[in-house]
Design a protein around this ligand. Structure first.
Ligand code: FES
Ligand SMILES: [Fe+2]
Length: 425
């Protein structure tokens, strides 16, 4: 699976977290211990943390004059891993031309720095998500959190619309707390495989009177991207579940506006989305503390049993905090043979099979999923629509699922509308 993941670009740190000639930062990605730094020219290097000489950690390196200099014997490497200085060897030696640091390609987009860790002659095309093509001031700062479980286990929440009626619900529909309250809590799932992954509809009866079916259509884009059913007509997004190692992932939420620049206030919220629930944890140089929330598995997410009178789970609905209450305490890699999967698990089942098939096919035949070669396949949208019960939802949502810069998203708010429909019900 790691070899498959290496064939895609992966976001690993916020752009603003690396300063020009600033401190090198430790990075964990696909189980590798790496060092990231931004050089004098603004370029970003990402390389193995062990110096290729005798293994000193480049974390302690000096970021100076367009390169990172190891503090043990002074060898210096530029962002592409070339050894540009070997001051302890004789001046006439050409040894420095034979040594390279193991560096990966990097690219900046959407307020993040991305890495390509593959070894193909031609690196993968950069993903072509609609949100990443918006003007920079239309983008929110990327919204992040550290997840402390296997990346697939975390990702599954986005492919399981059923849980929004429980984990994200409020007990009293009239409560002012943020939470869902739906008329129909038995969604019917329908999965449609595509060349980039799949999309699915979770269909619910909208209310007691209208007879409409509410289709929430979510995209899964290989290898770890999701676009949750559209909630706001002017907002586009993509979420990424990036494996740091087998038991930790970075959950990225790239979001932007079609209609206008993001305001200061909106940007401030995205920088501190957990402020209402104890905020960020203390960060150290350990990459497994970066973007970590104060409420986490070691303190039971600061669960408030009193709050369970209002909210089903007793932790507020802030990004994926409630989801982590469900997916992390099951264990960082849950033993799947203990599961009993029902009809609302079909998208999770499909995604698991698709990932395993893609990894096997790459291993045995060297063939990659189509979107590892053709980034334009990533240009899709999620949707949320009301249709009549007999409608062909796939045909009816075809335009809504494609990127049209002149059209809003087909969206239905997850929360506000739900309060209205509850009153109807
Ligand atoms: S170990 Fe880095 S220069 Fe010697
Ligand atoms: Fe969720």
């Amino acid at each position: 699976m790691g070899n498959l993941l290496r064939q895609y670009w992966m976001p690993f740190i916020k752009s603003e977290d690396l300063d020009l000639d600033g401190e090198p930062k430790r990075v964990k990605l696909l189980g590798e211990d790496l060092i990231a730094f931004r050089d004098t020219d603004g370029r970003v290097g990402l390389m193995a943390h062990n110096c290729p000489h005798r293994g000193a950690s480049l974390f302690f390196g000096r970021n100076e004059e367009a390169g990172l200099r190891c503090v043990y014997h002074g060898w210096k490497f530029n962002v592409d891993g070339t050894c540009v200085d070997m001051p302890n060897e004789p001046a006439e030696s050409d040894f420095k031309h034979k040594v390279r640091a193991n560096a990966y390609l990097t690219h900046e987009a959407g307020g993040a720095i991305w890495a390509y860790m593959g070894d193909r002659d031609h690196p993968a095309p950069f993903p072509d998500f609609e949100v990443l093509s918006l003007p920079a001031d239309h983008l929110y700062p990327p919204l992040l959190m550290l997840g402390e479980s296997n990346w697939v286990q975390s990702l599954e929440g986005d492919l399981d619309s059923s849980h929004i009626d429980w984990l994200h619900s409020k007990v009293d529909p009239n409560s002012t707390r943020v939470g869902t309250h739906h008329y129909d809590r038995q969604p019917r799932f329908h999965v449609v495989p595509t060349d980039y992954g799949a999309f699915y509809s979770a269909a619910r009866t909208r209310d007691a009177d209208s007879g409409k079916m509410w289709h929430r259509i979510t995209q899964f884009i290989l290898p770890f991207y999701t676009m949750i059913a559209a909630d706001q007509p002017k907002q586009v997004h993509v979420r990424a579940w990036v494996p740091l190692d087998d038991c930790h992932n970075l959950e990225w939420h790239f979001m932007g506006r079609l209609d206008r620049p993001v305001t200061e206030e909106e940007g401030a919220y995205a920088r501190d989305p957990y402020g209402a629930w104890h905020g960020w944890a203390q960060q150290t140089s350990d990459p497994l503390t970066r973007y970590a929330t104060a409420a986490n598995i070691r303190n039971d997410f600061l669960l408030d049993r009193g709050l369970q009178k209002d909210l089903f789970v007793g932790v507020p609905f802030l990004v994926n905090l409630q989801d982590r209450v469900a997916t992390e305490p099951m264990g960082p890699i849950y033993e799947r043979w203990n599961e009993h999967l029902g009809t609302t698990d079909v998208m999770c089942i499909y995604m698991r099979r698709r990932l395993i098939d893609a990894a096997r096919r790459f291993q045995t035949e060297g063939v990659l999923p189509a979107n590892a070669e053709r980034a334009e396949l990533d240009r899709v949208r999620p949707a949320s629509m009301l249709l009549d019960p007999g409608d062909d939802w796939i045909a009816a949502t075809e335009h809504a699922r494609s990127v049209d810069p002149h059209a809003d998203l087909a969206a239905i708010p997850l929360i506000g509308e739900l309060i209205a429909s509850t009153k109807n019900a």
